[in-house]
Ligand binder design. Structure first.
Ligand SMILES: Cc1cc2nc3c(=O)[nH]c(=O)nc-3n(C[C@H](O)[C@H](O)[C@H](O)COP(=O)(O)O)c2cc1C
Ligand code: SF4
Length: 371
């Protein structure tokens, strides 16, 4: 019934059984100290077991605490977590999905009092510290070390987080990058740091695919827009990333009324993905309320993207792919836009998230596992 959704595809040399991927979704399930918890293992086992071809595990910090967006961020910056990360990769693969881990530096949205950023800029009442050339070098090395750890842990791929307004995207944005050196000013200078990270990571991990979460539009009047971001996408494609996973918005635009309204629409980022896809030679993932089989099939059939990134949609019902494939679409438990992003608000308060659509038994089970 949905031929395009269930077509296999090769991404960075990894064979994916269909076009459904889990887009990274931070839920606050790691233990204190950013360790992989039993709840996290159970969560990703259930997602991978539902039939998705690839699971991109939520953002893991490359440098704690300066690069962490929350106290419970998963840690990819220490070998102390290697065993837990290996367990996570193994559980996902055992369920038949490719395992990918997203690595991140939160930049100006870090938990630090004076977060690192391209330039000194007010961020929700905190003044950031402009990075020195030494800081830039240090963060590049942290990304490299984290990516090598992801490979050693047994994941199939690593994804660099260049979305949500975190550090990599802060360099690209004309709004947050006010530097006057070789890393600021022209677009060519603003993309220099993320491209250096891609180059260094690729050189260090060798034959191991490196994907990129990509901010195509900040949805802010003075922010990054597709006229510039598509040129950056082309540079990423030429730099050898395995795929580009397109998103829009940052913490500064997510809660604007027009962005809230837009993000209730099915497939609301698919046109952004299409713009990117026209400019690159690598597979493109799109996310954003891809709730129904019809929307998903339509996106693929019309060539807006090569792959679907389902975050809340898959979390609300991990069996979304299986039910679709078996003709049981009417049984899917849907993420409900009317809940007004309850999960997002919970994690922003530092609490673990539970989906409002789950039955009481599942919420009880997850609550019991949380510690
Ligand atoms: C609670 C929450 C946590 C998220 N965490 C991440 C993350 O760790 N990394 C990332 O790149 N995107 C993250 N996202 C964005 C999602 O990957 C996705 O792009 C977005 O939620 C739209 O897809 P959906 O409608 O299927 O949820 C998060 C979104 C939400 C709501
Ligand atoms: S809590 Fe609400 S927004 Fe989050 S996945 Fe569930 S229904 Fe969707």
């Amino acid at each position: 019934m949905y031929p395009h959704i269930f077509l296999p595809i090769s991404v960075g040399g990894i064979e994916l059984k269909n076009r459904v991927t889990m887009a990274p979704l931070y839920l606050g399930y790691a233990s204190e100290g950013g360790r992989v918890s039993p709840l996290m293992i159970e969560h990703y086992r259930s997602i991978a077991g539902g039939g998705a071809a690839m699971v991109v595990v939520e953002n893991a910090t490359v440098d704690h605490p300066v690069g962490s967006g929350t106290r419970r961020a998963l840690r990819a910056d220490t070998d102390d977590n290697l065993q837990g990360l290996s367990e996570l990769a193994s559980v996902i693969k055992k369920e038949g999905a490719a395992a990918c881990l997203q690595i991140n530096h939160a930049g100006r949205f870090s938990i630090e009092q004076a977060p690192l950023a391209p330039s000194a800029i007010d961020t929700f009442g905190k003044m950031t510290r402009a990075m020195t050339i030494d800081d830039i070098q240090h963060v590049r090395e942290k990304f490299v070390q984290a990516a090598q750890r992801v490979k050693r842990a047994g994941f199939d791929m690593v994804e660099l987080h260049g979305g949500t307004g975190y550090l990599l995207s802060e360099f690209v944005s004309p709004r947050t990058n006010k530097r006057e050196d070789a890393y600021g000013g022209s677009l060519e200078n603003r993309v220099k740091f993320p491209l250096e990270v891609v180059r260094d990571v690729r050189a260090a991990v060798g034959d191991f695919p490196v994907g990129y979460r990509f901010l195509a539009d900040e949805w802010l009047p003075d922010g990054l827009k597709p006229d510039e971001s598509t040129l950056f996408a082309r540079a990423l494609s030429n730099a050898g990333v395995a795929y580009i996973s397109v998103m829009g918005g940052t913490y500064e635009s997510f809660f604007l009324p027009e962005v809230i309204a837009r993000s209730k629409i099915e497939g609301y980022m698919a046109d952004l993905a299409r713009t990117v896809r026209m400019n690159v030679n690598v597979p493109v993932i799109t996310a954003g309320r891809i709730s129904s089989g019809k929307t998903a099939e339509d996106i693929l059939e019309r060539g807006k993207a090569d792959l679907l990134g389902l975050a809340r949609v898959l979390w609300a019902d991990p069996e979304w792919p299986k039910k679709l494939e078996e003709g049981r679409e009417s049984e899917i438990v849907h993420c409900d836009p009317a809940c007004n992003d309850a999960c997002m608000h919970l994690v922003m308060k530092g609490k673990p998230a539970f989906c409002m659509q789950w039955d009481k038994e599942k919420i009880k089970k997850y609550n019991e596992m949380f510690r």
